[in-house]
Design a protein around this ligand. Sequence first.
Ligand code: ATP
Length: 458
Amino acid sequence: MVPQIVQSIKSIDELASFCKRAGFVFPSFEIYGGLSGFFDYGPRGVELKNNIKAAWWKAMVHDREDVVGIDAVTVNHPKMWEASGHVSSFTDPLVDCKNCKARFRADQLVKDVLDSDVSGMPLDEITALLKAKNVRCQKCKGEFTDARKYNLMFKTHVGPIESDENVAYLRPETAQLIYLNFKLVQDSARLKLPFGIAQIGRAYRNEIAPRDFLFRVREFEQMEMQYFIRPGDNKKFFEQWKKERLKWYLSLGIKKQNLRFRPHKKEELAHYAKQAIDIEYKFPWGWGEIEGIHDRGNWDLTQHSKFSGKDLSYFDEETKSRVIPNVIEVSAGVDRTFLAFVIDAYATEKERIVLRLHQKLAPVKVAVFPLSKKEKKITKLAREIFKTLKEKFVCYYEESGNIGKSYRRMDEIGTPFCITVDFDSPKKKDVTVRDRNTMKQKRVKVTELTKYLEKLLQ
Ligand code: ATP
């Protein structure tokens, strides 16, 4: 029987301090006072994050015949962002406090104070609403300026001269270089419509107000796949990808009741989107987007053809005609997904905190503990077992002498199995294997250990 869950995670602060203590996530630059919107992944966090990315890549690329991957640069040509519409439209509405000069994202402010969703509302209407409802600065109660556009892209310069001609942008999404490489990928991988190009990588957004731990940060990672289709097939593939993507989260253990689709309203649609839907997770602070699915029509390829003067059309052998493919995009945030997996798996039970992570995601799969650190026969056997098992699984070895505490530490990071080498082990040639979920222990012969674990961890 699985022990009874006493409590799941209650607040973002509880989550952040748990992640820090257990070695998942640390605030960046902490000894210099930190920098808002930046976090580093610790020893446990990097493993979990890599496992999430590997599971996505396997499902989206390796398990499919119609999707290939790329890995493109993150410092990007300005023309590309002009063509994509990001230079003019990748903006959030910003208001300043006239008194203390604090800056707020206006739509977020309206959501927090008035509990109303104004995504996509024109700036003058947001200004009027804030005035009509007498919304004041959350820090000093001062009056706000009119709302204005604020571009989220980080700007930099390429080369030693800081002039307008040398401007480049850190990418705020991974998608655009997939469009630019579309022809090269299609030709070299000999792909026919419909096909997809996937990419996992860093993205940068100079968010006005980073918040909610990893949920809104300034440097993050995305897992994106652009699926190129024949014009007219949009609805079919949009629906297909909705199902596929939901299935992925469920297959890795996220509870069904904590996921939902949220279609975008017309006013809310990004400049490139014909139709869009978010996959949302039920965070302790409310529902929030973890992935966006967008029907981008032929916007991107058309724009890049126009701005570059290069033909990005596709000759369809089946219909013997030239078309500009349409695109269905699935775009998930690694960091938000990471949060969702941790929150969903976290439970406080009577005597322990446990992360019931899917075994594919668990940072450590098997821990090996000798019951005594003084008894040479025991430590020798434990080390031998560790050496054999680490060829197959990510393993952890510890001579702590306090087995209860060792188990608790492994429960907290979600290790599915703990092996204890005890006083009987050297003679009987067997060990105990403890199951994280049930805390039950079973004696298993040393010679059968690899097979036994392989079966459970496959
Ligand atoms: P939001 O409306 O919350 O700002 P978005 O709609 O702009 O998000 P997309 O452009 O669709 O987000 O990006 C795809 C995914 O990238 C999101 O679903 C999210 O998981 C992730 N993402 C976007 N912005 C951030 C951020 N600032 N911090 C962490 N993850 C992010």
